[in-house]
Ligand binder design. Structure first.
Ligand SMILES: NC(=O)c1ccc[n+]([C@@H]2O[C@H](COP(=O)([O-])OP(=O)(O)OC[C@H]3O[C@@H](n4cnc5c(N)ncnc54)[C@H](O)[C@@H]3O)[C@@H](O)[C@H]2O)c1
Length: 381
């Protein structure tokens, strides 16, 4: 089995999810490549013992990402740091010749993303992708197969979104994801937007324009030290796009809802496609159930509910009847990254990580959405 030696830069929540997925790589049944962590970088040294205690392969721990990039053993890096650092560290990694899995939003704003895109253009020898795991749920994969097979007839409308309720509590102390200087002007769009765009962008649904309504619901939060500070990031956003289906060049409305304050929701990633021949909907709340409605002339229209089990893009040792979860989707996404690195192309169209071009399109959309909110207007994307 081929091994890809990784450095993790930003060893927090997502860095550990990656490491945990590697720890049970034996779960994947027939993949011929595996990642191995050899270096870990974070400003917070308290995170290191978890890595060194669980992974004998980790030889380097450092608070300076440049030391990881100077390590000749490191072939690829996963950079999972606050958004204000994406531009600097992604570009440094690309220029050091390291393959890169970046995180969304792939630059804090459009000009940061543009600078990253420039570096990518100058270094075609380096593979760069952006993380987004949700399409790897088996039900989402089945939905993607339906897009690929052009099953819907004319698309009537599409609704996608990502909903949390974690910020409904006004006493939740502020953290970097709620601070404009670290998270960026996009606010919730930068945090959750890629999840709701990945499948549609991969399908080639090009948003032509957008009317956005953005909400700043919690205007201040506890600072964690006994005081309160302004909280200036957008909490919720609803984007109504006119999108074009490249199959028939017909327009359709695509509504993208991204909310950190959606009462009752913990982690609801959903996608619904309504078409003249078939319709489909799926939500991570009932992750193994896909709903399908087929139009048959003269017959009642009813949704069928199908349990999808563990039918994954990258085959695993788990029996096909069992339920799939978030940590499985992270592992599938990492399998997609290393598979594409080893084989030069994704296993299949919808089993590939977000490309830089798709990340760039998300910046065009979110930047247009900010202008739409500012001007109360519909903006070209
Ligand atoms: N794909 C997903 O589902 C998903 C989920 C959550 C977050 N994210 C994204 O992942 C990225 C990181 O988010 P997170 O939730 O892991 O955040 P986190 O706060 O848990 O981790 C970020 C880490 O970066 C470290 N850091 C800060 N400055 C640094 C520097 N100069 N050098 C090295 N390390 C530094 C911090 O100490 C922290 O440990 C963000 O881009 C975020 O949008 C993706």
């Amino acid at each position: 089995m081929k091994t890809v030696k990784f450095g993790i830069i930003g060893a927090g929540l997502m860095g550990r999810e990656f490491a945990s997925a590697i720890a049970r790589w034996c779960h994947l049944a027939d993949i011929d490549v595996r990642p191995e962590i050899v270096a870990v970088c974070d400003r917070n040294v308290a995170l290191f013992p978890w890595y060194t205690g669980h992974f004998a392969s980790v030889k380097q721990t450092t608070t300076d990402y440049r030391e990881v990039l100077a390590n000749p053993e490191v072939e690829a890096v996963y950079v999972a740091v606050p958004h204000n650092l994406h531009q600097e560290i992604y570009i440094a990694a690309i220029e050091a010749g390291k393959h890169l899995m970046g995180e969304k939003p792939f630059g804090i704003d459009m000009s940061a993303c543009k600078a990253i895109m420039e570096a990518i253009r100058k270094h075609p020898e380096v593979m760069v992708r952006c993380s987004s795991e949700s399409p790897f749920f088996p039900a989402a994969q089945e939905l993607c197969d339906m897009i690929e097979a052009n099953s819907f007839g004319r698309i009537i409308e599409v609704n996608t979104g990502f909903l949390h309720a974690s910020d409904l509590d006004p006493e939740k102390p502020i953290n970097w994801k709620r601070m404009i200087e670290f998270n960026g002007e996009y606010g919730v769009m930068g945090d959750l937007g890629m999840h709701a765009c990945h499948v549609g962008f991969r399908a080639g649904w090009q948003p032509r324009n957008v009317r956005a309504v953005l909400s700043d619901i919690m205007k201040e939060r506890p600072d964690g030290k006994g005081g309160r500070v302004p909280c200036k990031t957008w909490d919720n956003s609803t984007l109504l796009c006119e999108a074009i289906n490249p199959i028939d060049n017909e327009p359709f409305p695509w509504t993208i809802k991204l909310q950190r304050i959606s009462p009752g929701q913990k982690n609801n990633w959903y996608i619904e496609i309504l078409g003249t021949e078939k319709s489909v909907r799926w939500s991570s709340v009932q992750a193994d159930v896909i709903e399908i409605l087929e139009f048959k002339r003269g017959q009642e229209q009813g949704w069928s509910h199908i349990q999808t089990g563990f039918d994954t893009a990258f085959k695993t040792i788990t029996g096909g009847i069992f339920q799939f979860g978030f940590t499985d989707s992270i592992q599938q996404m990492w399998a997609a990254f290393v598979y594409e690195l080893a084989h030069g192309k994704p296993l299949k169209r919808y089993a590939g990580c977000v490309t830089p071009d798709e990340a760039w399109l998300s910046h065009r959309l979110f930047t247009a959405a900010l202008a739409s909110q500012r001007n109360s207007s519909t903006e070209a994307v």
